[in-house]
Design a binder for this molecule. Structure first.
Ligand code: CUA
Length: 326
């Protein structure tokens, strides 16, 4: 719509339509108010200018007038607030079944890994017409994932995951920026998001012989010996991980938490932080032993274990690693 306006960024996602509509509304309200104020200044200056023989008269307030100039702006502000809040929540609530991209930011690059296993640096390929959820963390300082053409921006923090999602609507190559000052080469921490037609995307995907992230996680799960305690027969010293992802779990201290990416991540790095009811804090920490990429793989694996048994082909070797080790 505004492609030919040089100051208006390209619009290539469903979110950008929502954000642009609100932004145009803000511009219109601001322009109207500015026009109104300048007109009133001019009109009043002329109409009530100093004339010989006339004295200014003091007016002692008017309830009607005061209510009017309080209630109308309040109503307009509430429209900003509610509209903005609706967009915020939509932007931060990824739809079910979105494709997932694990992202690790570091000084000064973006590392992406698709659940199918493809890895990319500073370049992200996504198909058109698909919901894509970014699951992001940082290896060092705070960065910010910003794609103006999608109208999305999300801080990327060390030690935890933050998420954002988008649904690209137009093929093309779009700028990706780091939008949080993160050191001397912050301005060089840029990249591009390549939005492709589904057919081209399939071709691109099949080009690499990488294994799914969850399978990498499964191997790691076995290598680290996680399966000796996290056993399917519930005889282990840790909770069975099958079917737990995405569901609430009761903790030893009576709280209930949702088993999401952040909970799994925290439980690997700080196992004692949130102990599941009925278990003891005997798990050693894996902080410093597993990299952010490996954590992502483990999270993807636990997530796969969380899917129903009748699962999709995305579950290549089923629950093998969760069954008791010989
Ligand atoms: Cu990363 Cu600025």
């Amino acid at each position: 719509m505004f492609g030919h306006v040089p100051l208006w960024p390209e619009s290539a996602s469903t979110t950008s339509g929502w954000v642009d509509a609100l932004y145009i509304f803000l511009l219109l309200v601001s322009a109207t108010m500015t026009g109104l104020i300048f007109t009133m200044v001019a009109v009043f200056a002329l109409r009530f200018r100093r004339r010989p023989g006339q004295r200014a008269e003091q007016i002692e307030g008017s309830t009607t007038l005061e209510l009017t100039w309080s209630v109308i702006p309040f109503a307009v502000m509430m429209v900003f607030f509610v509209w903005g809040a609706v967009i915020y929540f939509r932007e931060h609530t990824p739809p079910q079944n979105a494709a997932e991209i694990y992202t690790v930011a570091k000084q000064w690059m973006w590392k992406f890994e698709h659940t199918e296993g493809q890895r990319e640096i500073n370049e992200l390929h996504v198909p058109i017409g698909r919901d894509v959820k970014m699951i992001m963390t940082s290896q060092d300082v705070i960065h910010s994932f910003y794609v103006p053409a999608f109208r999305i921006k999300q801080d990327v923090l060390p030690g935890r995951y933050t998420t954002i999602w988008f649904h690209a609507t137009k093929p093309g190559t779009y700028h990706l920026f780091c939008a949080e000052y993160c050191g001397t080469q912050h301005s060089g921490m840029i990249g591009s998001v390549v939005v492709m037609e589904p057919r081209d995307y399939e071709a691109w995907m099949s080009g690499s012989g990488s294994q799914p992230l969850a399978v990498t996680g499964q191997t790691l799960f076995a290598q680290l010996g996680c399966g000796t305690c996290h056993r399917a027969d519930t005889q282990g010293r840790g909770p069975d991980l099958a079917g737990v992802f995405g569901k609430p779990v009761m903790l030893e201290d009576g709280r209930t938490v949702m088993v999401d990416e952040n909970y799994v991540r925290e439980s690997i790095r700080e196992p004692a932080a949130k102990i599941v009811k009925g278990f003891k804090p005997v798990m050693p920490t894996f902080q410093g032993q597993v990299s952010d990429e490996q954590l992502n793989a483990l999270v993807a694996y636990v997530k796969m274990l969380g899917q129903p048994q009748s699962g999709q082909p995305a579950n290549p070797q089923g629950m093998a690693a969760a069954t008791p080790q010989p």
